[in-house]
Design a protein around this ligand. Structure first.
Ligand SMILES: Nc1ncnc2c1ncn2[C@@H]1O[C@H](COP(=O)(O)OP(=O)(O)OP(=O)(O)O)[C@@H](O)[C@H]1O
Ligand SMILES: [Mg+2]
Length: 266
């Protein structure tokens, strides 16, 4: 089982929307997918729980961190939902190591039953965020193309305790940054200039979709995405033309991310 963490210390950049849509995409490729929502806002849990294809575990992600979980449902697409208890874990500093170990044990037990586990994180660098990075294999970091978000890339990489480099050096040497995934990209001159700026400053951190054309992965701003999230749907299966068009634009980027994890279609 590969473990993919969606992380960015900046809020509202699309971590949850991309978690849900990428989880559906993978499940549709025939992969067995486990999703863990480590955010008490539950913006991944709600849409997935609404979708009839997803089996919801009878325990929450804070129970996983506390080591108080039961067996997972026997299904090919499973959600461990977030809950309010997640926020309470942050101040229990004496238990932080135990939380990481419990998550690690849980993932180890789930490994045989799934091909991919996607962990959606909260936007603060705290113990939940750290536990995900300490136990993951891959990190994918959605970003928005505005100056504040671009400035935040430094925190993702270099936060003194929970930055990618620190966690990789000290706790989890196998952690592999797939890259930055620009989200909500619009074709305005302003956004194009920002994309160019990111591409120049962080070329190695963007995800190549096509080495020949040097096209990087990105997700366009499309109203079909919040619509899919609100109804708990997979974009590719929505009937509206706008959703189909959006999916056609997004698919090559998802293909590139799957390929990077060696999880291409069966
Ligand atoms: N490409 C997109 N086009 C249009 N709307 C989008 C796109 N991506 C995400 N959104 C919408 O933007 C909002 C924020 O996205 P989302 O909740 O996924 O961000 P997040 O990074 O998980 O936020 P948080 O840090 O609060 O967990 C949601 O309403 C979502 O539906
Ligand atoms: Mg979220």
């Amino acid at each position: 089982m590969k473990k993919l963490v969606l992380a960015n210390q900046k809020g509202g950049v699309g971590k949850s929307a991309i978690t849900c849509q990428f989880a559906h995409y993978m499940a549709n490729l025939g992969k067995r997918v486990l999703v863990i929502d480590l955010d008490h806002q539950r913006n991944t849990s709600r849409p997935l729980a609404k979708n009839g294809r997803v089996a919801v575990a009878p325990f929450t992600s804070s129970a996983v961190l506390r080591g108080e979980y039961e067996s997972l449902p026997e299904a090919a697409f499973v959600l461990v939902p977030g809950d309010d208890g997640l926020s309470l874990l942050v101040d229990q500093k004496d238990k932080h190591n135990a939380f990481v170990n419990h998550l690690n044990d849980f993932l180890g037990r789930a490994a045989a039953a799934f091909d991919l586990c996607i962990v959606d994180t909260n936007p603060n660098p705290d113990i939940r965020y750290a536990a995900a990075l300490c136990t993951g294999d891959f990190v994918l970091s959605p970003i928005e193309l505005n100056q504040e978000a671009i400035d935040g890339i430094g925190g993702l990489l270099n936060h003194p305790r929970y930055g990618y480099h620190k966690i990789k050096q000290t706790v989890n040497p196998k952690l592999d940054l797939i890259g930055l995934l620009p989200n909500q990209v619009e074709s305005t001159p302003f956004q194009r200039a920002n994309f160019k700026q990111v591409a120049e400053a962080y070329a190695k951190l963007l995800i190549l979709v096509d080495p020949e054309t040097k096209r990087f992965a990105f997700i366009p701003a499309r109203t079909a995405i919040p619509e899919a999230q609100a109804d708990g749907l997979y974009l590719a299966e929505m009937k509206k033309t706008s959703a189909r068009d959006a999916w056609r634009e997004i698919r090559p980027s998802f293909d590139a991310i799957a390929k990077r994890m060696h999880l291409e279609g069966l």
